[in-house]
Design a protein around this ligand. Structure first.
Ligand code: AP5
Ligand code: MG
Length: 188
């Protein structure tokens, strides 16, 4: 099963992707989580990524694409993967297409979690108070939402045109959203 999760910051991608990936028996690959782990470890990749993340901007495609390309070659991706937060740009879609094509694979489904704007802002502000993620300040949240609208939301049309897009209502409690997801993403 090869799944992509899309949706604005705070939509619940990470929360739901972790549950669904466990259900499907595939790795949950979050580019944001990989970048944050590199920042925490002080690697060269982390140092490069941090200034973009802290500003709410996307890390350059060349950096992000190379990181995902490497990750998808790991053995655990053989049965599939659940990508959370990738692809987010036109160039990343093209890169993922190329990676899949060369491996003789294809995506099964692209899930969009839809959540009202007030709700996502509320979730991220709450998380800022609880966890202090450096990009959860009000200004940066606003910028992340703008960047999503400008660069990533248009990709939904691309996947919809390919017949891959499934929209799932991300409002309500975590368990309600999980039930909706399980109902649309076929589990063998
Ligand atoms: P990334 O880490 O992917 O952040 P994001 O897309 O902004 O989204 P979040 O992780 O904040 O939200 P989420 O949708 O995962 O929701 P979550 O489950 O956490 O990216 C961070 C940065 O990395 C980017 O800005 C960019 O700089 C860089 N980056 C990453 N990928 C990149 C790429 N492909 N290209 C270039 N740059 C890239 O939930 C949010 C909160 O709400 C949590 O506190 C959660 O507990 C809570 N919550 C979840 N579900 C519910 C619910 N149903 N009800 C109430 N609360 C809920
Ligand atoms: Mg996330």
């Amino acid at each position: 099963m090869r799944v992509v999760f899309m949706g604005p910051p705070g939509a619940g991608k990470g929360t739901q992707a972790a549950l669904l990936a466990a259900e499907l028996g595939v790795p949950h690959i979050s580019t944001g989580d990989i970048f944050r782990a590199n920042v925490a470890e002080g690697t060269a990749l982390g140092k490069e990524a941090q200034r973009y993340m802290d500003a709410g901007e996307y890390v350059p495609d060349t950096v992000t694409n190379a990181m995902v390309r490497d990750r998808l070659t790991h053995d655990d991706c053989r049965p599939g993967f659940l990508l959370d937060g990738y692809p987010r740009t036109v160039e990343q879609v093209a890169e993922l297409d190329a990676m899949l094509r060369s491996a003789g694979h294809a995506l099964d489904v692209v899930v969009e979690l839809t959540v009202e704007i007030d709700e996502v802002v509320g979730r991220l502000v709450k998380r800022a108070a609880e966890q202090g993620r450096t990009d959860d300040s009000e200004d940066v949240i606003r910028r992340r939402l703008e960047v999503y609208a400008e660069q990533t939301a248009p990709l939904l049309t691309t996947y919809s045109d390919r017949g891959l897009l499934v929209q799932v209502d991300g409002m309500g409690g975590v368990e309600d959203v999980t039930s909706r997801l399980l109902a649309v993403v076929v589990v063998d």
